[in-house]
Design a protein. Structure first.
Length: 79
């Protein structure tokens, strides 16, 4: 994987994380007879789980980014 590809992947996940936050805010403000508070709470719970998962991916990608040289390709670690 090229370094630039990795940087773009990290940016993509950060964008997704940001979008999940915006969705949470929008559900917070939702006041409608069509959507009950319980439904809003459940949806927000799912969004929180998604956010946490994406945050974990971001942390892993950031750790990988720190290990790579400033030029060249990423070298796979033996685990």
């Amino acid at each position: 994987m090229e370094i630039q590809e990795l940087k773009e992947l990290i940016e993509d996940f950060q964008d997704v994380q940001s979008n999940v936050c915006m969705l949470e805010d929008r559900f917070d403000k939702m006041d409608s007879f069509l959507v009950t508070p319980l439904e809003v709470s459940r949806i927000k719970g799912f969004l929180t789980d998604i956010y946490s998962g994406i945050n974990g991916v971001n942390e892993e990608l950031t750790d990988i980014k720190r290990k790579i040289p400033t030029t060249g390709k990423v070298i796979a670690n033996d685990r």
